[in-house]
Design a protein around this ligand. Structure first.
Ligand SMILES: [Zn+2]
Ligand SMILES: [Zn+2]
Length: 148
């Protein structure tokens, strides 16, 4: 596995490329990522940097971090979006319980390879692979039966 680039360097060169200023607020948001749970909401991120950084700046910086490839949005089928950082983590898929909303992670090497091979056969430029399953978790099934 190749050595992962330092997220701070990645972000700084992204900002430079985009002609954006390196501000203390933007760096504070980046650094707060390390102190969040695996999957987090924008409000939780704001909770770590307020009141120094405004909510609007947190949302705008999250957009920048996504464009820089350091954060990705994950869709768990809920009203509010969740995010996760992409650095310092293995690639993984999600199993999402439709009832309790809990999320489990699992390794996706084999399925990722299948997607990459399919993309290559189609001459397709692959930007992102999302592997996710929805259903009912063991705990909810034990409590409420197997239906959805
Ligand atoms: Zn559940
Ligand atoms: Zn995850």
């Amino acid at each position: 596995m190749e050595r992962e680039a330092d997220p701070r360097e990645v972000f700084l060169s992204f900002l430079q490329r985009e002609g954006l200023n390196v501000t203390r607020s933007r760096l504070a948001v980046l650094e707060a990522l390390a102190h969040l749970p695996k999957h987090f909401e924008a409000a939780e991120l704001w909770g770590l940097v307020r009141p120094r950084v405004s909510a609007a700046t947190v949302y705008r910086t999250l957009e920048l971090l996504q464009r820089a490839g350091l954060v990705r949005k994950v869709e768990f089928g809920e009203a509010h979006a969740h995010y996760e950082r992409t650095f310092g983590r293995e690639d993984h898929g999600h199993l999402v319980c439709r009832r309790c909303g809990r999320v489990w992670e699992f390794p996706t090497e084999a399925s990722r390879r299948a997607v990459e091979e399919a993309a290559q056969e189609q001459g397709f430029f692959l930007k992102e692979v999302v592997i996710q399953g929805y259903g009912v978790c063991a705990g909810c099934r034990a409590r409420e039966g197997p239906g959805v």
